[in-house]
Design a protein around this ligand. Structure first.
Ligand code: FES
Length: 194
């Protein structure tokens, strides 16, 4: 059967195109070059945008929230904000801690232990976003006297999701536990969120 090379008349120099396609090393180079040029163009355009989108140190600092825990007694909580979202800070009682620890994590819809949701040595401090993971309502339960639902944590009045004392989803349509943001203790009585 005739091949492309066979089709070049004797004595004539082969069509340069045929050379290209029949030399794997050149073909690879051309393919790489064909890909590299558009990519280089994209990098040249996108890089300045990415640089501009990187938050500066002062913007990052503004997006952190320092919380004074010294006035929050066991059984109390406060609602504050973090990056424009409501944030719950709760000082759990020994009873609330025991209730959370009595539940096997594997039995939960979103399996997490209280230990995994708090910092070592500070498991009484439960810090979560105050945003129901169903459709984003603010659950009740942070203030004394509010409905805390069947599991003693938070109750979402929008569609009835119920969270336990570790703010883990126990009943209702919410798919996930209330999210725990990044935070660290900066002293025994203050935390920096973000
Ligand atoms: Fe909370 Fe629907 S938004 S249950």
């Amino acid at each position: 059967m005739a091949t492309v090379d066979d089709a070049v008349p004797a004595g004539e120099s082969p069509d340069p195109y045929h050379e290209v396609v029949s030399d794997p090393r050149r073909r690879d180079f051309l393919n790489i070059a064909a890909v590299a040029f558009p990519v280089a163009g994209v990098v040249a355009v996108v890089a300045p945008l990415v640089y501009q989108m990187n938050p500066s140190a002062d913007v990052l600092a503004q997006s952190s929230t320092e919380i004074d825990l010294s006035k929050i007694e066991p059984g109390q909580g406060v609602i504050t904000s973090f990056r424009k979202q409501p944030l719950f800070v709760r000082n759990l009682t020994p009873k609330e801690i025991a209730e959370a620890e009595a539940v096997p994590a594997a039995s939960l819809r979103d399996p997490q232990t209280l230990e995994q949701r708090t910092k070592e040595g500070h498991k009484n401090w439960l810090i979560t976003l105050a945003v129901c993971t169903h459709l984003g309502c603010i659950p009740l339960g942070i203030s004394e006297g509010e409905n805390r639902g069947k599991f003693g944590g938070y109750f979402c009045p929008c569609h009835g999701s119920q969270y336990d004392t570790a703010a883990r989803i126990r009943q209702g349509p919410a798919p996930k536990n209330l999210p725990v943001p990044d935070y660290k203790f900066t002293s025994p009585t203050s935390v920096l969120v973000g």
